[in-house]
Design a binder for this molecule. Structure first.
Ligand code: SF4
Length: 674
C-alpha cells in the first residue's frame, strides 16, 4: 500500500518533521480523515524513546486513526501494537504503523467511517414557533414569542457550526423549549447523544413533565429522553442485604429498614423518590448504592441491580437529563484517562447543554473539592472490622476466615486501632484550637502551635494509614490467585477500602505539607501550589460531638472546564436567565474558562423577556419603614400591606421570611380585608 493512498502530502511532511524533531524516536499521532479516507490533519499527542511511547487513547475518537512509527523500519505490529489496535478498533478508531521516512504504511485496523452530519434547518424552527405554526396548533391560545424563536435558531446554528454558545434568556422566553427542539431534532438526525444538565430537580421535573412532552408533540419521531440520577438515589441490593443482617431491632426502631426491604420486593426502579416515605439520611446512607463499594460484575445481585438497569436505559437513549454534579462526576472520570468514547458514569456523548448555567461554577467547585473527617475515616475502618450482634465482622475477619493461615488479623488489627487513635487525636487537637466556632481561621493556629496541633497529628495519621495499608497489602499479595472473579470478592472489597484509605492519607499529607509551610496564613485558609484552598470547619456528629472536616477546594475551575467541557465536546450551549452583567458576558465567561479560550468560537446573545415590565411593573421601596427590630415595624407592615391590597383590590402575593410574622400580620390584616 502506498503512503499517498492514505496520507495527504501536507501530512506526510508534517509527520516527517515531527519524527525528525524527536530524533527519530517513537511518536504517537492522531489523524483525522477526509471524505476520501485520506489523513488530512495530524496531531502529535505523545513522544517516547527508540522502543516505546506512552499511549493516550482519550485524544482520539470514532473515525480517527492512531498513527505510530517504528524507527526500525519493520512495520510488523508487536504484541503491544495488536493489543492497542484491538482496543481502538472496538471504539471505531483505526491503527496505522509507518516507518521513519514516512514512505510506507501498514494498516493494522481500519477506522469506522464517520457518518455524514445532517445539519438543522433554522427556518424549520421559525415556522414551528410562528403564530400559525405547529406549536400554535397544539395550543389554542398560543402567543408567538419572537425571543424564543430567535433563541431556537441561535441554538440550531451553534449545533450546525459545532461551536460554543451562551444564551441569556429572560423570564418568559421559554428557553427550555428553545433548546429542546433543536437538541431533539439533532439527536434524531445524527443519532448522536446529547446531555442536558440542570442545577435543580425543579427544572428537571419541568423538562420531563412539560417541555419534553410538548416538544415530542411537534417533532415527529423525537428520540428517547431519559433522566439519569446519581447512584446514591438508588437502592443497592447488596448493601440492603448487609444492613438487614447487621441491624438490630434497636437500630431499626423506626422500622424504616423493614419497610425498605418490603418496598425492594415490589419497586421497579429502586429509586428513593418512589418510596412512599422519606427515609432518614442514616438508614438510606446504609442501603444506597455507592461507587466505592459497588462490586459491579462481581456482585451476586447484578442481574436485578437497579443502578445497572438505569444505566442500560441511559445507554439506549439519545438525550440524557442530568444534574451538573453528576455530569462533573462523569467528566472527572473521563479526564482521569477513560476518554470520551466509552461509558464512564454516563454513556458517551458529543454535545452538552447547560441550563441554569450560572450555577456551573458552584457545582464544579463543590464536585472537585476533597475532604475527610474523623467520621469518614471511621466509616472505612468500620468496613474493615466491626461488631455485629456481639460478634466480630468486617472484611479483615472475612479474609481471615477464608484463609485461616494468612495471618491477616494479627497483622492488621493493632494497626486499625492505631489509625483510630491517630484520627481521634487529630480531631481533638484541632477542636481544642477551634473553640465552639463553626469555621476556624488558620491564623488562630500559628507557629509552633500549628506544628503541634495540626501538622504533626496529620502526619501521624498519614503514617498510621500507610502502615495499615502496607500490612494488609503484604498479606493480600501472598494469597493464592483465584480462577474466577466470583471467588475473590472479599479480597476485592478489602482492596477497595484500602484504596479509600490511601486517598485519605494522600489528602491529609497534602494538607500537612501546605499548611506546614506557610508562615503568614490568610484568614480563611491557605492556598497551595495546586490552585486549591485548604481550610477546615467544625460540625456536630450524631451524638452532638464536635467533628472537624478538612477540606481543599479549587480556587479556579477554568482549567477543568477547558479540559473536560470546552475542548472535547462538539457543541456546548450555556443558558440561564442571568449570565450577563448589562450587555456583557465577560465576567461569567472569565469564571467558566471561556474568556481567554481562543481555540474555538464562542457566540453570545441576549434574548429579552417578552413581559412588558416597563408598562406593567412598579418597583417601590418605602423610605419611611422602621427597622425590622423596631417595636413599630409590625404595625407599619400591616398598615402598608392593607393599603396596597386595597389599591390592587385584593390581588397580590405577599412573601415573608418568617412564618410567625406571616401569622401575626394575617391576624391584623384579615379583619380589614376579609
Ligand atoms: S452491582 Fe453494585 S449497586 Fe448493584 S447491587 Fe451490586 S453492589 Fe449494589
Amino acid at each position: 500500500m502506498t503512503i499517498r493512498e492514505r496520507f495527504s502530502e501536507n501530512c506526510i511532511s508534517l509527520l516527517n518533521e515531527a519524527i525528525e524533531e524527536h530524533d527519530g524516536c517513537e511518536i504517537f499521532v492522531v489523524g483525522n480523515l477526509n471524505a476520501e479516507a485520506l489523513v488530512f490533519e495530524v496531531t502529535v499527542v505523545a513522544r517516547g524513546n527508540e522502543g516505546s511511547v506512552p499511549v493516550l487513547l482519550p485524544f482520539a475518537e470514532k473515525g480517527d486513526v492512531i498513527i505510530h512509527n517504528h524507527p526500525s523500519g519493520v512495520l510488523k505490529p508487536s504484541g503491544a501494537d495488536l493489543g492497542i489496535a484491538s482496543q481502538l478498533g472496538n471504539q471505531g478508531i483505526g491503527f496505522y504503523i509507518i516507518n521513519n521516512k514516512v514512505d510506507r504504511v501498514a494498516v493494522i485496523t481500519e477506522p469506522v467511517a464517520k457518518p455524514e452530519i445532517q445539519l438543522l434547518d433554522p427556518g424549520f424552527f421559525e415556522e414551528l414557533l410562528a403564530v400559525n405554526g405547529k406549536l400554535a396548533g397544539v395550543f389554542p391560545d398560543y402567543e408567538e414569542r419572537p425571543s424564543q424563536a430567535a433563541m431556537c435558531v441561535f441554538v440550531a446554528k451553534a449545533f450546525n457550526d459545532g461551536c460554543l454558545a451562551a444564551a441569556e434568556a429572560g423570564t418568559g422566553v421559554g428557553k427550555s423549549l428553545a433548546y429542546l427542539l433543536p437538541a431533539l431534532q439533532w439527536a434524531k438526525n445524527n443519532q448522536e447523544r446529547i446531555v442536558i444538565s440542570t442545577a435543580t430537580i425543579v427544572l428537571q421535573e419541568q423538562l420531563l413533565g412539560k417541555d419534553i412532552p410538548l416538544a415530542r408533540r411537534v417533532l415527529s419521531d423525537a428520540p428517547e429522553v431519559v433522566l439519569v440520577k446519581g447512584r446514591g438515589n438508588y437502592l443497592c441490593r447488596m448493601r440492603l442485604a448487609e444492613a438487614l443482617e447487621e441491624y438490630t431491632l434497636f437500630k431499626d426502631s423506626s422500622g424504616e429498614l423493614t419497610s425498605i426491604k418490603e418496598w425492594s420486593l415490589a419497586t421497579k426502579t429502586g429509586s428513593r423518590e418512589d418510596l412512599s416515605f422519606f427515609p432518614s439520611e442514616q438508614v438510606w446512607g446504609d442501603v444506597c448504592s455507592e461507587a466505592d463499594t459497588c462490586l459491579g460484575i462481581r456482585c451476586g445481585h447484578r442481574e436485578e441491580c437497579f443502578v445497572l438497569m438505569a444505566r442500560r436505559e441511559a445507554a439506549k437513549a439519545h438525550v440524557l437529563i442530568v444534574n451538573h454534579h453528576l455530569l462533573f462526576a462523569d467528566l472527572a472520570i473521563r479526564q482521569g484517562g477513560m476518554g470520551y468514547e466509552t461509558t464512564a458514569v454516563l454513556p458517551p456523548f458529543k454535545r452538552i447543554i447547560f441550563d441554569e448555567a450560572h450555577k456551573i461554577e458552584a457545582s464544579a467547585t463543590s464536585y472537585f473539592s476533597e475532604s475527610f473527617s474523623r467520621l469518614s475515616v471511621f466509616r472505612v475502618l468500620g468496613k474493615l472490622l466491626r461488631q455485629k450482634r456481639g460478634h466480630h465482622a468486617g472484611l479483615v475477619y472475612a479474609v481471615g476466615r477464608k484463609y485461616p493461615d494468612c495471618g491477616i488479623e494479627q497483622a492488621v488489627l493493632p494497626l486499625v486501632q492505631a489509625v483510630r487513635d491517630a484520627v481521634d487525636v487529630l480531631n481533638a487537637k484541632v477542636c481544642e484550637c477551634a473553640g465552639s466556632g463553626k469555621t476556624i481561621p488558620l491564623s488562630d493556629i500559628s507557629g509552633q502551635k500549628r506544628e503541634d496541633y495540626l501538622v504533626l497529628p496529620l502526619k501521624e495519621l498519614v503514617s498510621t494509614i500507610n502502615n495499615l495499608v502496607n500490612a494488609a497489602d503484604c498479606v493480600l499479595q501472598k494469597l493464592p490467585r483465584k480462577e474466577s472473579q466470583d471467588d475473590d470478592r472479599e479480597e476485592y472489597e478489602l482492596r477497595i477500602q484500602l484504596r479509600r484509605l490511601i486517598r485519605i492519607a494522600s489528602f491529609a499529607g497534602e494538607f500537612a505539607s501546605v499548611t506546614g509551610k506557610q508562615e503568614q496564613p490568610e484568614i480563611a485558609g491557605i492556598t497551595g501550589k495546586s490552585g486549591k484552598i485548604f481550610w477546615f470547619e467544625s460540625f456536630r456528629g450524631t451524638r452532638r460531638e464536635q467533628i472537624i472536616r478538612f477540606v481543599a477546594t479549587p480556587l479556579d475551575i477554568t482549567p477543568i472546564m477547558r479540559e473536560c467541557v470546552l475542548e472535547p465536546h462538539a457543541s456546548v450551549i450555556f443558558t440561564s436567565a442571568t449570565l450577563a452583567i448589562g450587555e456583557s458576558f465577560e465576567y461569567w465567561k472569565s469564571r467558566v474558562g471561556l474568556r481567554d479560550f481562543t481555540a474555538r468560537e464562542c457566540r453570545t446573545d441576549i434574548f429579552p423577556s417578552p413581559f412588558p415590565y416597563q408598562k406593567q411593573v412598579l418597583l417601590a421601596t418605602p423610605e419611611d419603614a422602621p427597622s425590622p427590630d423596631d417595636p413599630g415595624f409590625e404595625e407599619y407592615l400591616a398598615k402598608s400591606i392593607t393599603e396596597v391590597l386595597l389599591i390592587t383590590e385584593g390581588r397580590g402575593l405577599v412573601l415573608f421570611t418568617s412564618h410567625e410574622m406571616l401569622s401575626r400580620i394575617f391576624q391584623i390584616v384579615f379583619p380589614v380585608l376579609g
